[in-house]
Design a protein around this ligand. Sequence first.
Ligand SMILES: N[C@@H](CCC(=O)N[C@@H](CS)C(=O)NCC(=O)O)C(=O)O
Length: 85
Amino acid sequence: MQLALYKYDTCGYCRWVMQTISELGVTDTIELRDVLREPRFREELFEARGRGTVPVLRIEDESGEVQWMGESRDIVAWLKERFAG
Ligand SMILES: N[C@@H](CCC(=O)N[C@@H](CS)C(=O)NCC(=O)O)C(=O)O
């Protein structure tokens, strides 16, 4: 599974997700894609979702299927479900 978080640093919702990633100790597991520093990441978001709202977690499973998860609350819940304990 490949995980990537689309975000930018001054976005409070993104910071919440990044704080969760840090607390769960999975910073090495999730690639951070900053949409302000790297315009192509913002373009990828628009292509996938039709809007550039962040945070979004891109989840690619072993078969190559990709899921784009928006909503910080859903992302935090998913991360905790997968990585806590
Ligand atoms: N309900 C969303 C709100 C996300 C949100 O408002 N993100 C802001 C930045 S903090 C954003 O991306 N605004 C620009 C846009 O929507 O294009 C969540 O909790 O993830």
